[in-house]
Design a protein around this ligand. Structure first.
Ligand code: FES
Ligand SMILES: [Fe+2]
Length: 345
């Protein structure tokens, strides 16, 4: 299965930038192989549209924002937050602006300091990632980077804890302890929940991250597939009660390329000067995953017989079922009114 073969994937929200990065200039982004532009409108909301001017197809992202309006670099047409053209400099101002002079907007919103877009008809809201905006937890962004790997392969890897003993043998994994203790898998619609306990290595950088002594520890991950390309893993260290909640989102740039975003929420109120050292382990772990995943076939088999599965692969087998069910659904053409208004969120 390639991303482009499942139209339903378009019907979810995906991060495309940090909120702080959509400021005074239009920003180009690519999703599902198509070019879009995001800009901050006069009312402070982020807006997004197909990156093509209705006049002569110029790239609007090469333009600029004036008085909250997106200005085309070719002939200076200006578009407001609703995408309507409000000025055609070469035309007689007494003449009406043609109603077709508008950009093709897509839904855009902000949450968790991220800009999210949906280019289809939403099947769900921007995902509710509880700890990421709940009092008592500190939100820390770790990375947003382009990976040459497909979105389902990256999420499959996140749901697959048994690889840690091998891919992460130089960081958190212990190849001397490859067996896991896992509980039952719970399905709720397209959401999957399960818990798994692994023996984790505490090296020097993990020591700074967890406050635990160097050696081995039992680490339980309460994992959730929140949406097809959104993962949440609540890691609990049994010795000290530390919660390190990891969020991974994958924005499909195309069949083989993904904008990977990772952020965490911690319950130990870490001061900002410690954030770099706290996130160092996660960055190392992700670099290990990236090095492997960028060489894995981006085509992701959703039929259960193509690849082999063991008991330790139950979670990722369930993931294939979720994606297969989604692939079999009809295109979503009847939008929920609340989500389809195009109103800034
Ligand atoms: S192409 Fe955009 S104003 Fe002409
Ligand atoms: Fe990994």
């Amino acid at each position: 299965m390639l991303i482009s073969e499942v139209p339903a994937f378009r019907d979810y929200w995906y991060p495309i930038a940090y909120s702080a990065d959509i400021a005074d200039e239009p920003v180009a982004f690519r999703i599902f192989g198509e070019q879009y532009v995001a800009w901050r409108a006069g009312d402070g909301t982020v807006q997004a549209a197909v990156d093509e001017c209705p006049h002569r197809a110029a790239r609007l992202s090469q333009g600029w924002v004036t008085d909250g309006c997106l200005t085309c670099p070719y002939h200076g047409w200006r578009f407001d937050a609703d995408g309507r053209c409000v000025e055609i400099p070469s035309a007689d101002p007494a003449l009406p602006i043609p109603p077709r002079a508008h950009v093709d907007k897509v839904l855009a919103g902000e949450r968790y300091e991220l800009v999210w877009v949906c280019v289809g008809m939403p099947r769900a809201d921007i995902p509710d990632l509880h700890e990421a905006d709940t009092a008592g937890y500190t939100l820390i962004h770790e990375m947003m980077e382009v990976w040459t790997a497909s979105a389902p392969r990256i999420i499959d890897n996140a749901l697959d804890v048994s690889h840690a003993a091998w891919v992460h043998r130089n960081s958190i994994g212990s190849s001397a302890n490859p067996r896991l203790e896992s509980g039952p898998i719970e399905r709720d619609g397209s959401t999957i929940n399960f818990s798994v306990t692994m023996i984790s290595q505490i090296n020097d950088s993990q020591q700074r991250n967890t406050g635990l002594d160097v050696g081995l520890t039992r680490r339980t991950t309460h994992a959730t597939l929140v949406q097809p390309f959104v993962f949440r893993g609540r890691m609990v260290y049994e010795e000290n009660g530390l919660e390190h909640v990891l969020f991974k989102t994958c924005t499909p740039i195309d069949d083989e390329t993904t904008l990977f975003c990772q952020f965490i929420a911690r319950n130990d109120d870490p001061p900002p000067e410690l954030w770099d050292s706290i996130t160092a382990v996660d960055r190392q772990v992700q670099a290990e995953d990236k090095a492997l995943l960028e060489h894995v076939n981006p085509n992701f088999p959703i039929e259960p017989t193509t690849e082999l599965h063991t008991k330790a692969d139950r979670m990722t087998l369930e993931y294939r079922k979720v994606l297969a069910e989604l692939a079999a659904t009809a295109p979503h053409v009847a939008p929920d009114a609340e989500w389809a208004t195009g109103a800034p969120r």
